[in-house]
Design a protein around this ligand. Structure first.
Ligand SMILES: [Zn+2]
Length: 250
């Protein structure tokens, strides 16, 4: 296997998964100034449910999450003598060292955080000059954590294959723990979410209480967006701003 530093690689074609894996591995191996040791444990980790945290808390909070975790990975890599690590994606890191489990435990000790959270959705509706507002609220919690999946590499030649397999399977890993690749099993629904609970009542029209909408704007991943009620023709604007305010204050 020929490895070059990714900054020297030139290609105009879209990278394949194999190429992406190789570039990620190269980023990791560039961090070893004295050479890797084998056997070692290759660990892939990512921040859990980043898209939802971004939707609820905003990109500046997630940017801070990434900066915090990146600094933590660097610190733990230095503390683990002979280890290496690199950020290999937006919220994804590779670590190579003799004790992946200890690395994951130490990272979680500092990074994992559960805060009180007020999950709500509100709807401001207008129809025939009349305005109605509903606000459905639940007091819950919002968790910041990560996933870690690892595998033993007996030699450098195994790293590329292992890195690809870790990347293909990390979505199956439970949060807030370290798991070996060989022990991974498909997660049982429901899929883990950083927000522990949402209001029991999904959004509805404040005038007719039906929930058949023509969406005109917004992101249906969380509670926000504009719509017209197909039943009574009210104009509806949904938001979850209260949840954001509560989380930022906390
Ligand atoms: Zn309606």
């Amino acid at each position: 296997m020929v490895l070059t530093c990714p900054t020297h690689e030139q290609s105009t074609a879209l990278p394949s998964n194999a190429m992406k894996t190789r570039v990620k591995l190269e980023r990791l191996l560039c961090t070893f100034t004295g050479g890797e040791r084998f056997p070692s444990e290759l660990v892939l980790c990512n921040l859990a449910d980043t898209a939802r945290r971004n939707s609820h808390l905003g990109s500046s909070v997630v940017d801070q999450d990434i900066a915090t975790f990146d600094a933590l990975v660097r610190k733990l890599t230095i503390a683990a003598n002979g280890a290496g690590s690199a950020r290999v994606g937006g919220d994804e890191w590779l670590f190579l060292g003799t004790d992946g489990r200890a690395f994951a435990r130490a990272a979680l000790d500092e990074y994992a955080l559960t805060q009180p959270y007020r999950a709500d959705w509100s709807c401001r509706a207008t129809k025939d000059g009349e305005e109605r507002i509903v606000d459905e609220v639940v007091t819950t919690s919002l968790t910041r954590t990560a996933r870690f999946v690892g595998a033993i590499a007996a030699s450098r030649d195994e790293l590329e294959s292992l890195a690809g397999r870790l990347a293909n399977r990390i979505w199956q890993a439970p949060v807030a723990t370290f798991v070996l690749l060989e022990d991974l099993a498909p997660p049982r629904p429901p899929r883990w979410q950083c927000v522990a609970a949402y209001p029991a009542r999904a959004y509805y029209c404040p005038f007719c209480t039906n929930a058949d909408f023509e969406w005109t704007d917004g992101d249906n991943a969380v509670y926000s967006g504009d719509a017209t009620c197909k039943t009574c023709d009210a104009s509806l604007s949904f938001d979850d701003a209260g949840g954001r305010e509560a989380a930022c204050a906390g």
